[in-house]
Design a protein around this ligand. Structure first.
Ligand code: ADP
Ligand code: MG
Length: 576
């Protein structure tokens, strides 16, 4: 058995009991349905034709039939209820597994992905897969038992008539499979057209002010009408295929009845059959629609489910490109010395090196500013310290320990990052600050908010710290959001800090406030600052100028200006 196959079946494992009970129910329910025509035939052939009609036997048969109905009901109930629940459990298991895998994948993976697609994998794709998991085996068991069972039973009644009738069934299956495919195709085209119409509406209404100012309403109406007509065409096509499919199956079953009645009439007149046999034939044939539909249904769920599984596995089989060594260590107390040793890095094999042979030794507690043209690699350099990306050559050491020898969690626990765009999660302000340290107490959180200059504005909100960020009406300004993200880092209390243009998006006033709290935060911690404000840079103990070839210059403000090199150029262009 292939590895994937084993993986596929493995998801049944925790639910073996339900699965086998489900299969047993499918089997029993199918056998029970096969019994009814037989019992009817028995009454018609043996009981009603006897010299004196035995009512007690009819009553007994009736009692058996009622018992069978109850058994059938219980089995179908189990299948419909527990079978679906099993499917839901399996879906949840797989969703957990994939979500957990998502959490492990690194920046490199997310750089190339659309979040919407990753969501679809977790929802729609898995749904079609679990449809296969719980309906697939059931459909197979039920349809095979019902079709083969009916065949075997009818063969014992009359061989030639059975062969004639069952000889027609493959045609019906081919017909149904074909039209079913056509129908699906038509539905798909239909959905696409609906998408086009929506896009048209959105485009036109979003731009309604432009439409009106150019007085182009009529042209918009015409374009819309055109899309709308095209929609009718796809609808017509899908109803056409649907009509063929349903009326075709209906006609086929009726044709089978006609063949049976004519054939049986002949064989009855020939004394090879009797009326009860004819009834049995008609009942079995009318029961065949269900298993045939299930069979067709199975071909679809199978295709959808298997391709869903392929996509699921494709994602699961992507290995996180950054993983802890098996003997990775936890950092104890961190002083905060950060050393780049001949570091070269590029994002992928096809792109150029962003950093080449970078050497940089940052003392514990030093305040270092990174400057350089946009795209020079400032953000990249900083994102290598928490090992968001794997460096290609060289090494980065924290207090002398290579970051590759440290557990990622432990490494990142000691580094705080404040970025330009702040992401706040759904939940309260309290929750969002607590994200910096999940075991912090309420006092710790409030202290962190005070240090980040956020306490006052939080207390001004209607529910204070318990204000729900997700709910309507809570509009935080950029500066307020940034202060929440700084409070998070205060709470985390890391030895190493990275401020990546933390204040760039803010207006002057909130920039001041945020800058103040950043300065308090930076005290006694190793700090890397990427900034556009001269005052921030000027105060740095050391300025590192990044250019196309890595580090171009280092020094303090005065010495670099005197040097009249890259920094002086940047200074004249940007900061003055
Ligand atoms: P800076 O922060 O100095 O403006 P960055 O470090 O963001 O510069 O970018 C440095 C270079 O790396 C740029 O050429 C940029 O296009 C490229 N780059 C940045 N992020 C990625 C990424 N995730 N994948 C591929 N290339 C990237
Ligand atoms: Mg940047």
């Amino acid at each position: 058995m292939s590895k994937r196959m084993r993986k596929f079946l493995g998801y049944y494992k925790p639910y073996k009991k339900i699965f086998f009970t489900d299969m047993a129910c499918a089997l029993i329910a199918s056998v029970v349905t096969l019994m009814f025509p037989l019992l009817t035939r028995y009454i018609a052939n043996d009981v009603l034709t006897a010299d004196s009609v035995a009512f007690d036997i009819i009553l007994q048969v009736g009692a058996v039939m009622i018992a069978l109905v109850i058994v059938e009901y219980l089995c179908n109930y189990y299948i419909a209820y527990k079978g679906h629940v099993m499917g839901a459990y399996m879906e949840a298991d797989m969703r957990d597994e994939l979500f957990q895998h998502y959490q492990k994948l690194s920046f490199n993976f997310y750089d190339d992905q659309k979040v919407g697609q990753l969501m679809t994998r977790l929802t729609n794709d898995l749904f079609s897969l679990t449809e296969l998991y719980h309906h697939g085996p059931e459909d197979i068991v039920i349809s095979f038992i019902k079709i083969i069972g009916a065949f075997v039973i009818l063969m014992t009644i009359h061989v030639p008539l059975t062969l004639i009738v069952f000889g027609m069934i493959p045609f019906m299956i081919v017909f149904s499979v074909y039209y079913n495919k056509q129908m699906k195709k038509a539905f798909k085209a239909n959905r696409k057209k609906i998408g086009d119409i929506n896009a048209r509406i959105e485009d036109s209404l979003s731009g309604i002010r432009v439409v009106k100012s150019f007085a182009n309403e009529e042209q918009e109406m015409n374009r819309f009408q055109h899309e709308n007509r095209l929609w009718i065409d796809t609808k017509r096509n899908s109803y056409h295929k649907m009509g063929r499919f349903h009326s075709g199956i209906g006609a086929f079953i009726s044709m089978l009845s006609v063949v049976i009645i004519l054939g049986a009439a002949y064989f009855i007149s020939d004394n090879q059959m009797n009326a009860g046999d004819l009834i049995a034939y008609l009942l079995y044939i009318s029961n065949l629609t269900d298993p045939i539909k299930r069979l067709i249904n199975f071909t679809e769920t199978f295709q959808d489910g298997i391709s869903g599984f392929e996509r699921f596995m494709e994602l699961l089989e992507i290995n996180p490109d950054i993983e802890d060594k098996h003997d990775a260590i936890e950092l104890g107390n961190v002083e905060g010395n950060v050393r780049f040793e001949d570091v070269s890095f590029r994002y992928n094999e096809k792109s150029d090196y962003v950093l080449r042979h970078v050497d940089l030794d940052v003392r514990a507690g030093e305040y270092i500013a990174l400057v350089g043209q946009s795209g020079a690699g400032k953000t990249t350099l900083c994102s290598l310290i928490p090992r968001f990306y794997e460096i290609n050559e060289g090494d980065i050491k924290i207090d002398g320990i290579s970051i590759k020898d440290i557990k990622q969690k432990s490494l990142r626990d000691h580094i705080g990052v404040v970025q330009q765009d702040v992401y706040l999660f759904a939940g309260t302000i309290m929750d969002n600050i607590a994200y910096g340290n999940l075991s912090a107490s309420e006092e710790d959180i409030i202290r962190a908010a005070k240090q980040a200059n956020a306490h006052d504005f939080i207390m001004g909100l209607e529910d204070g710290y318990y204000t729900d960020i997700g709910s309507r009406g809570v509009k935080l300004s950029g500066g307020q959001k940034q202060r929440l993200s700084i409070a998070r880092v205060f709470l985390k209390n890391p030895a190493i800090l990275i401020f990546d243009e933390a204040t760039s998006a803010l207006d002057n006033e909130s920039e001041q406030v945020v800058q103040e709290s950043l300065e308090i935060l930076a005290k006694n911690r190793t700090t890397f600052v990427i900034a556009h404000r001269l005052s921030t840079i000027k105060n740095a103990e050391r300025i590192v100028v990044l250019g196309e070839h890595g580090i171009e210059e280092t020094g303090n403000h005065e010495s670099l200006l005197k040097k009249d090199g890259e920094y002086a150029k940047l200074y004249n262009m940007q900061f003055r």
